[in-house]
Design a protein around this ligand. Sequence first.
Ligand code: C2E
Ligand code: MG
Ligand code: MG
Ligand code: MG
Length: 283
Amino acid sequence: AVQHDGGNAVCFYTPEMAAAATRRMMLTMHLNHAIERNEMHLVYQPIVDGKTGRVVSAEALLRWTHDTLGPVSPAEFIPVAEESGLIVPLTDWILSTAIGQMMRWNAEGVLPDRVFLNISGQQFLRGNLTARLGELLSGCPELRPHLGLEITEQAAVRDLKVAIKTLGELSALGIQTAIDDFGSGYSSLSYVQQLPVAKLKIDRAFVIDVPTNPKSNALVRAAVGMAHGLGLATVAEGVETEEQRKFLVSVGCDLLQGYFFGRPMTPEALAEMIRQQRTPTAG
Ligand code: C2E
Ligand code: MG
Ligand code: MG
Ligand code: MG
């Protein structure tokens, strides 16, 4: 930002802002080649049924490891990919990679009931998502009921009309949808009521404070109650302790996800977890 003040231009860029801009440029440059150089992979985090503790679903999470930059968090590079348009090929890669993995799990008999993929707000609102998914799933229609998509509350609310239409199309395809990071934005409850989704994922920010903070407890209890009232299932994210697990189950949260049950892991490790829980225990 430049302010003209009696002919003297005053620059308001701080060194921190310049450093952040340089970092973004560098990430953009390297992101350009990340797919062709095989620097991206997906990891899968188990999602368990609150009542039984069994792994029923998984969330695919993107990982980028660059030669010199090392691992870069998706929280940092997804926004950069959105800004630069690279999110388009990247989303395509995520969809086809995850569907390929689901086919292999299916062949091995270890496909989770549901595998959730994160869709960036921009990709979700852009329009051709449903068509592309239809294409990718045309050879394997049996996977459709096993696919789930997560979109953030903020993305859905950004363009409610498009969001409602797209969510409807996806559900017509048999693909389940979930609102991610619920409670982290400023959206009102009336929006949620209008969105044809099946699940609500309660943001880690609330889960982190239960059961010690009575206000968080009240919020989580209210979110679960509201979701159930609207016919939606709830998923709590970021469950790290037994105390959190107990509280969430006691308020009726349907599904639980977090380090307490498992970190994001390789597809082989997830398959092993699913196999293990099938082995009948003695006695
Ligand atoms: P998210 O979709 O809300 O994913 C949950 C994040 O919480 C993941 O971070 C996960 O590793 C982390 N997490 C799960 N359980 C725990 C826990 O018990 N404790 C703590 N401290 N963290 C936990 P991650 O993988 O770094 O992803 C961050 C965000 O980046 C995601 O938030 C999502 O918004 C975005 N992202 C990740 N993968 C993709 C992708 O394939 N596509 C898009 N568009 N966005 C993605
Ligand atoms: Mg997510
Ligand atoms: Mg989430
Ligand atoms: Mg989150």
